[in-house]
Design a protein around this ligand. Sequence first.
Ligand code: SD4
Length: 290
Amino acid sequence: KVSLPVVVATWNVNNATAKAWEQLQQGKSSLDAIEAGCMVEEANAEGQSVGIGGLPDRDGNVTLDACIMNKNGDYGAVVYLQNIKHPISVARRVMEDTPHVILAGKGAEKFAIESGFKPEDLLTEKSRADWEKWKEKSEYKPIINIENHDTIGMLAIDSKGDIAGGCTTSGLAYKMAGRVGDSPIIGSGLFIDNEVGGATATGLGEAVLKTVGSFLIVELMRQGKSPQEACEEAIGRIVAKNKNIEDFQVGFIAVNKKGETGAYAIHNGFWQTRYQDNKNENIPSDFYNK
Ligand code: SD4
């Protein structure tokens, strides 16, 4: 049943959607719900694609990318942030407390610490051990679906009908030092337009960036496509422009103003989690490569 409020997120992240839903039930805004929901995955040290426990770059550094966007189209992001567990919250502070929209690297870390965030080592024993093992061969291959528990992109509509979204990640495992993906980049990893809906992405950021996928999906919905149709067209663009789709995954999720949702990926194995009508469900995504 299509109803509001609604929370949707990439992959199987029921604890995160439950947290966001709880915030909405308490009358909090969709923006508060997004921040609280994303924080659940950032704090989960088992998840090796987000926050603490994220797999490092080739040099062993955990570097985080995140962004958040509110109903007014305001946006804040951090890229290449180190030593801070909750980049989604730092992104919100960038949006609310600075004249800028993106802070990178050392400057982002300095801003976070000055704003009261505590620096900590984000490389867990498990991720360090995985990196040590990876170094034996140093073969760089994007991992298609990391145990169904990957970058979190989340979209929420509160009972007033206002939409917000967030996206947070440690990026691709064993990326080059300095690499930034799609997740913190407005229009690519996330886009919200309160008149239309929102979209967010996961998978190989390089492919998402080239098609500005989330913005594309929102614009397609503006032109009348359903969230499902819009996600399918965005994946279609990526498939048409990349010869090597066997080697990587991209998945999009979207929601429109009515609370209808959609999801589509290149390959099997992508999921969305949706909390709507009092049900917190994992829904397998349809995909292109059958
Ligand atoms: C990135 N899109 O940094 C992220 C990674 C990701 O599922 O989503 N992994 O390219």
